[in-house]
Design a protein around this ligand. Structure first.
Ligand SMILES: Cc1cc2nc3c(=O)[nH]c(=O)nc-3n(C[C@H](O)[C@H](O)[C@H](O)COP(=O)(O)OP(=O)(O)OC[C@H]3O[C@@H](n4cnc5c(N)ncnc54)[C@H](O)[C@@H]3O)c2cc1C
Length: 426
C-alpha cells in the first residue's frame, strides 16, 4: 500500500474500529461458532475454500469478496481461443455459493490491515475478520519487461487471465491472413499453469491447420525445458508437422525488448522476430493485494506454513492458490482447489483449538493438443516439517500410446473440467 492510500485506510479504519469497539465487536478471534471468515478472490482457491468451510461448519459467517459476477476459468480458455468452446461454456457463477449461505460481495478488496484485522473494500465498506483467506491469483512483473506494460495488452494480449484478453487473442487470430506468423512467448518459472502455454500453441495450431494452413507458430521461450515436453513435441510432430518452431532460452528464445507498435520482439541473442499475432505471457508474481499488504517475499510470492497455508508474515491470514509458495506443487486450478480444502480444515481446527490431521494434496493437469488428443500429469503430495509440501507419487501419460488412448484422455479432460468446476462453484 502506498503512503497516501495507507493514510486514507487508517483514517477510514479508525472510524470503523471505534464503532466496532463500541459495539463490542472488535474481539479476539471468535472460537468456532459465528467466527467471521473473510475470503478474498472467488477463483479456484477462494471459492473452494468458502464452500468447504461452510460444509465443515455451517455456523461460520463466511464472506466471499470477488469483483466479477461471472468467473471465467483459465482452464479450457485455450479451447475458446481455438474456437472449440464458447466463453459461456467456461463461465461460472456464484448462485450456488449464495444459496448455501455464503455472503458473496461483488466488489474488490482494496487493502488489508492485519493489525486490526480488517479489509477495506472498493465499495467503501470495511469488513472485519477473525480469519482472512487470500486467493488473489497472479499479477504481472511489468518492470521486468523492456518496452511493454499493461497498457499495451490491447495490442499484444497475454490472455493469462481469462475474459476479455481471451476474446482479443481469438479475434486477432481470426483477423490474421493465411501465411501469417503467430509468436507465443512463455515466461520464466514459476508461473500459472506450466503446461498451458504449450497447450495454447497446440490448439492455435489446430485452428490454423483448419483455417490458415500456410501459417506458422514461433515459440520464443524464456526456459530451456517445459512441462510434458516430450509428449508435446511428439504430438506437434504427429499433428502439425512443420508448423511449430520452438526456440529454447539458451538457443535465443529469451526476449530482451518488445516493440509493441510493430509487434516485434528482440531476443537476448540479438535476433529480431516480427509476428502478425504476438502472445507475450509476462513473468508473474502474486496478486497485487498480497503485494500491497506486505505478504510477499523478494520474488513476489507469499511464504506460508505449507501445512495450514497461514502466512509467515501475518497471523490469522491464510494465502492459497497461485499466490502462495506451496512446495513442489504447480500453480494450477486443481492445486488451488486442493489447497482450499486443506486451508478450510486448518481454519476449522484452529477455531476449535483441535489438532489438524496431516494433510495430503493432489494435482492433475490435462492438456489438449487437438479435440481428440489429450495428455496428462498427476501428482500426489504430503507435508513434512523439513521438506514442506513434497511429491510422493504421480505420473504422466506414456509416450507410447495409440490414438484411442489419446482420445480417451481428451474425454477425461472434459470430465475433469466438469467435476472441478462443480466442486469449486457448483
Ligand atoms: C491458459 C490457462 C490454462 C489453464 N489450464 C488449467 C488446467 O487445465 N488445469 C488447472 O488445474 N489449471 C489450469 N490453469 C491454472 C489456473 O487457472 C490457476 O492456477 C487457478 O485459477 C489459480 O487459482 P487462484 O484461486 O489462485 O486464482 P484465480 O482462480 O485466478 O482466482 C483469483 C480471483 O481473485 C480475484 N481477485 C484478485 N484480486 C482481488 C481483490 N483485490 N479483491 C477481490 N478479488 C480479487 C480475481 O478477480 C479472481 O477471480 C490454467 C491457466 C491458464 C492461464
Amino acid at each position: 500500500m502506498n503512503n497516501i492510500s495507507r493514510r486514507k485506510f487508517i483514517k477510514h479504519l479508525a472510524a470503523s474500529a471505534a464503532l466496532f469497539s463500541a459495539q463490542g465487536l472488535l474481539t479476539s478471534c471468535s472460537k468456532g461458532s459465528r467466527a467471521r471468515v473473510v475470503i478474498v478472490g472467488g477463483g479456484f482457491g477462494g471459492s473452494t475454500c468458502a464452500r468447504y468451510l461452510q460444509r465443515f461448519d455451517s455456523s461460520l459467517k463466511i464472506t466471499l469478496i470477488e469483483p466479477s459476477r461471472q468467473f471465467i476459468t483459465c482452464p479450457f480458455s485455450n479451447m475458446v481461443i481455438s474456437g472449440m468452446q464458447t466463453m459461456d461454456s467456461i463461465s461460472q457463477g456464484y448462485t450456488a455459493q449464495t444459496n448455501r449461505g455464503i455472503n458473496v460481495l461483488h466488489t474488490r478488496a482494496r487493502a488489508v490491515d492485519a493489525s486490526v484485522r480488517m479489509v477495506a473494500l472498493d465499495n467503501g465498506d470495511v469488513i472485519q475478520y477473525d480469519k482472512l483467506v487470500l486467493s488473489p491469483g497472479i499479477d504481472f512483473k511489468w518492470n521486468d519487461v523492456e518496452g511493454m506494460d499493461e497498457n499495451d495488452t490491447e495490442i499484444i494480449p497475454h490472455a493469462w487471465k481469462a475474459g476479455a484478453q481471451t476474446t482479443l487473442l481469438r479475434n486477432q487470430l481470426i483477423a490474421m491472413d493465411d501465411g501469417g506468423v503467430v509468436i507465443v512467448a512463455p515466461p520464466v518459472n514459476p508461473f500459472r499453469c506450466p503446461p498451458a502455454p504449450y497447450e495454447r500453441v497446440s490448439l492455435i495450431a489446430h485452428y490454423l491447420k483448419q483455417h490458415k494452413p500456410k501459417s506458422k507458430i514461433l515459440v520464443l521461450d524464456a526456459k530451456d525445458t517445459f512441462s510434458k515436453q516430450a509428449l508435446f513435441m511428439q504430438g506437434w510432430e504427429e499433428l502439425y508437422p512443420g508448423m511449430i518452431e520452438w526456440v529454447s532460452a539458451s538457443k535465443g528464445g529469451r526476449i530482451d525488448e518488445i516493440d509493441v507498435a510493430r509487434r516485434t520482439l528482440y531476443t537476448e541473442s540479438g535476433d529480431k522476430h516480427k509476428g502478425d499475432v504476438v502472445n507475450f505471457i509476462p513473468p508473474q508474481k502474486a496478486g497485487m493485494l498480497a503485494q500491497n499488504a506486505g505478504l510477499t517475499n523478494n520474488d513476489g510470492w507469499c511464504s506460508v506454513d505449507q501445512r495450514t497455508f497461514e502466512s509467515k508474515e501475518s497471523k490469522y491470514i491464510y494465502i492459497i492458490g497461485d499466490a502462495c509458495i506451496a512446495g513442489t506443487m504447480s500453480k494450477a486450478g486443481f492445486a488451488a482447489n486442493s489447497q482450499g480444502k486443506v486451508c478450510a480444515a486448518a481454519i476449522i481446527s484452529s477455531l476449535r483449538e483441535v489438532a489438524m490431521p496431516d494433510p495430503s494434496y493432489v494435482n492433475t493437469c490435462y492438456s489438449l493438443l487437438s479435440p481428440d488428443y489429450g495428455i496428462s500429469v498427476t501428482a500426489v503430495f504430503r507435508y513434512s516439517k523439513d521438506k514442506g509440501i513434497y511429491k510422493t507419487g504421480g505420473g504422466v501419460s506414456p509416450l507410447e500410446a495409440d490414438a484411442a488412448y489419446r482420445l480417451q484422455e481428451a474425454r477425461y479432460a472434459k470430465g475433469w473440467y466438469d467435476s472441478i468446476t462443480m466442486d469449486t462453484f457448483g
